[in-house]
Design a protein around this ligand. Structure first.
Ligand code: FAD
Length: 324
């Protein structure tokens, strides 16, 4: 199959999460052996709406255990693909690599590596991308990145994410995604300038995933603007359910996303009851997802924060799978 990768897949049977070719589950501890055909994300997106999950590399053993459990639970939802973030400036260089390769090797899920160009030399980026190719990873999300200011890192040889898209294309035959910003990127001098640069970047890439947002109009306006600029590549909507008032406000501020008053009011109305805040947040995220899918969004990308419950609940609300 052109552009796809067929490989043999062996691993220890784990809680019946995958079956063998005949559909019978082997005894626990037995080795499952079967052939997996990995499609690139650009090909997966041609098969209908995608549902994907984002993780970050854990910092310690406790967080590792949480992520392992989350991966096991979310694998059962058969996501179209999953992605792993990269600490801008290279702060998670090895951990991102190891997690991406580990997911690809040990689970049934297709993995995508995030990579940011800030503070890296061209040679470093070529080395990182080459290593992914050698490990059989087909999908990279090419990003600018905002390195932590306190690290005082050099600016890097590439200035914008589009240059990283071109570099990745030069190194190998990857499916390349980019970031898009429904509410224009905070460093942009104007909405028009951000839309123009996003269109140019997406022309060179295969698809985009958006920053999270809470009003569907922001997403539809972005897609319309890109269309007017002649770009109709898939723009996957980034979804961050508001499950805690304080943390979602902080994250929205960091990303330059508007935290709308109507949502703040709804959450404040039940503010004393964390379980109710969560319920309202999940309910609103579900409505947003449904509106986006009805309006033709080619996929939803869930910022999971390495937990599974919110994503599973939204999945179930949308009728996509069991939260169980
Ligand atoms: P760019 O495309 O380089 O754009 C940055 C700014 O420059 C924009 O204002 C743009 O309009 C402008 N610009 C672009 N090209 C030009 C040009 N030629 N001339 C003038 N101006 C230009 N960050 C991480 O550190 N690690 C991650 O793993 C990570 N994952 C992310 C995943 C998603 C889905 C998203 C949406 C964001 C992610 N980010 C991540 C955050 C991202 O790195 C920041 O938003 C960053 O500030 C911008 O990245 P970008 O790829 O959009 O950059």
């Amino acid at each position: 199959m052109a552009g796809s990768r067929e490989r043999h897949f062996d691993r220890e049977a784990r809680d019946g999460a995958v079956g063998d070719a005949e559909g019978d589950l082997p005894d626990a501890g037995a080795t499952i052996s079967r052939t997996l055909v990995r499609l690139k994300i650009s090909e997966i997106l041609k098969t209908g709406p995608s549902f994907s999950f984002e993780f970050f590399p854990p910092r310690d053993e406790k967080m590792e255990a949480v992520l392992e459990q989350t991966l096991r639970e979310l694998e059962q939802l058969s996501p179209s693909y999953v992605s792993v973030t990269y600490g801008a400036g290279g702060t998670t260089r090895e951990r991102t690599h190891d997690l991406v390769v580990g997911i690809d090797r040990d689970t049934t899920m297709t993995a995508m590596a995030h990579l940011t160009c800030a503070a890296h030399t061209r040679a470093e980026l070529v080395e990182i991308v080459t290593r992914y190719g050698d490990a059989g990873i087909d999908n990279i999300l090419a990003l600018g990145g905002d390195p932590p200011k306190d690290l005082d890192l050099p600016p890097g040889e590439l200035r914008y994410a589009i240059e990283l898209v071109h570099l990745i294309r030069e190194v190998g035959d990857f499916s390349v995604g980019v970031a898009a910003h429904p509410e224009p990127h905070p460093r942009s001098p104007s909405r028009e300038s951000d839309r123009r640069h996003s269109a140019e970047k997406l022309r060179a890439a295969d698809f985009a995933i958006t920053q999270f947002f809470f009003d569907a109009e922001h997403y539809f306006e972005l897609v319309e603007s890109l269309g007017r600029l002649g770009v109709d590549k898939p723009v996957i909507a980034g979804i961050m359910p508001a499950t805690s008032l304080a943390s979602i406000k902080r994250m929205a501020e960091m990303q330059g996303s508007e935290f709308p008053q109507w949502l703040a009011d709804k959450l404040h109305a039940v503010g004393d009851d964390p379980a109710a805040v969560r319920r309202v947040g999940i309910g609103e995220a579900t409505k947003l997802c449904a509106t986006l899918l009805e309006g033709g969004a080619p996929g939803l990308h869930f910022y999971t924060l390495n937990r599974s419950t919110a994503t599973r609940e939204i999945y179930e609300n949308l009728g996509l799978g069991r939260a169980g």
